[in-house]
Design a protein around this ligand. Sequence first.
Ligand code: ADP
Ligand code: MG
Length: 715
Amino acid sequence: MHISAAASFLYGSDMMAKANILNLRTDVKYLNGVGPKRAASLQKLGISTIEDLVTYYPRAYEDRSSITAIGELFPDREDCIYTVIGIIVNIREKIYGRYRSILMATISDGTGYLQVNWFNQRFLKKSLTVGKRILVYGKVGLAYGGRGMLAVTRLISFELLESGAAIQKQGILPVYQLAESISQKYIRRLTENLWASDIRIDEIIPQPIRSRYKLMPRQRALQSIHYPGNNEELTKARETLAFEELYVIQCGLLLLKRDSQQGIDGVRHLMSGSLVNSIFDALPYSLTEDQLKAWKDIEKDMEQQIPMRRLLEGDVGSGKTVIALMALVKTVENGYQGAFMVPTEILARQHYEKFTELLKETAIKVGLLVGSLSVKKHRDTLGKIANHELDIVIGTHAIIQETVKFAALGLAVTDEQHRFGISQRAALDKKGEYAPDVLVMTATPIPRTMTLTVYGDLDVSRIERLPPGRKPIRTFVRESDRRQLIYEFVKKEIVAGRQAYVVCPLIEESDNPDGSSHHVPSAEEIYNELSQGIFKNIPIGLIHGRLKKDKKQQTMADFYENKLSLLVATTVIEVGVDVPNASIMVIENAERFGLAQLHQLRGRIGRGQYSSYCILVSGSKSAVSRERLEVLRDTTSGFEVAEADLRLRGAGQFFGSMQHGTGDLKIVNVMKDTDILLRARQAALETMADAEALESIRPYLMLKYKDKFSHINDA
Ligand code: ADP
Ligand code: MG
């Protein structure tokens, strides 16, 4: 090892850093050329340690691996980016007015002449002088008015080369995301120097996995991702690093799962008996194949000592609620209590009514715990939960707050899980001396394999097909000048006995952003317009988040009981609300909603036997927003909507809304790296089964997830 070389590379007074070989935790300030000012700028890019620098992956590459002689350039080849090296033989400057200028250089390599232009960069005049050797990288065409002379038509980058020195090996160069006062050249120099220094990067992935999955050594992969020798090497390096990124997440999630299931006893439920079966028999329909399969999975989990950690995934309207009900009844049958958590109060009340109805022939006592209860009622309910006077409690996530003490919680179900973060899931685990079973339900459609990344700590059951007899929802995209026709159609359906929703993005007029020229009609305005106009003699209601609780509940109840034919609403109706007679939904200014949200909204209709229509009224004529909306017109599959959403919005935002808490994906492309994900998942499963391998990666996981997975740390 060349300690002295390393030492000369470092500067600063930190003896530790000086004496040691660089490692990933070393502060970048110990690198040559990083003073306090630069360190601050680097920090803005998220780079403060060597590890940050090493994982500051290039956003693109410049392939300068072959240098083309000017005599061999072909002009106007769309996909050809050339690297040319020549001597500046002539330089001219043209100035237009105060701010505009062109610097025109002619370069030659002995095989021909090439013109290169710089616009409005007069400061370059000092360095670009005749006789200098220069490398240019870009697209080539015919010079404007140049009588057949070639010119660089799109200059991607250029570099002055040491004159006299032999032409350096150029290769494939990294292109980094930049920030103020940090140039491409500067970061390149840092990464180049880094790899020229004595640095040692340890492996994370256990050896048997590394060889089984044919991974590059980590250090080489990191080096190659910045400076690949060729494209093949780049591909291999990227695969290795993407694998590593996903593998670490998968191991973290599996470890979380294991630790939440081991070391603490769960509830071993008995085989389902007469109570569960009586519910089964009382259902007005028979379960679909998918529902039965999911129910079998859940029964099996509940009958084991290990706590259940299961996700039930199914599109809106696929019939998850009844599965939850049966699981809750099963826990009650075994002498335990069940909790059912939903994201909104409206939904809690609706489930409460449904459950009370379905369970009225039994002795099961159902309670409701929501924020709007009077203080006394709230206290009463807490008391009844604590002394087991209630068997099933339905409520908002207030249920998992500290103050709620169950006498004997056997099962916790959370509906529409995307609203609950991973930490809230973990909070449930800590409620007693034993761990209750946990069933998580979600209708947030996410691309199939991404389930593994977001919910990798859970076992998964899926309801893929909707119950039979549903007429598919037909979706239309219309511009707002067609509203008259749209509402005439709605009226016809209402006269035929159906009900309709009209969803608006804003509550009241003043919710329009200040100074916006484009006025978006609010729910209140639409309500006024419709109730005084075309729906004058038809009972119509208005519901939104700013109404008083009682008012909201009353309106919802009236719509439920068909006392209202049309409901003007905001997204408060988004989740779970179930009115089978409602078969039409008009969404005003649909372009203002996310695709997944529109899909959720649309799931409120098509729940009965009637033909259902969703009309997306676009307030924008832009092609992009139309294309987005047409995704919904073309598919009713939540998974397909999710994939399109992911494609159109990018992974960052998509996962941002998921609170998956597993850290950023720096190199993985969630759309394209499905195969790698599946392999990484497999490798993580193998690791869990291999005590030695697990011990070797465990310390790393602890460090990486110490805040996100506090749970693991407690173990
Ligand atoms: P989600 O999965 O969105 O929570 P729900 O549980 O609310 O869906 O179910 C939607 C509707 O389908 C409800 O009205 C429910 O009664 C009905 N349903 C559920 N399962 C079946 C089935 N097997 N056959 C017919 N209708 C069903
Ligand atoms: Mg539901």
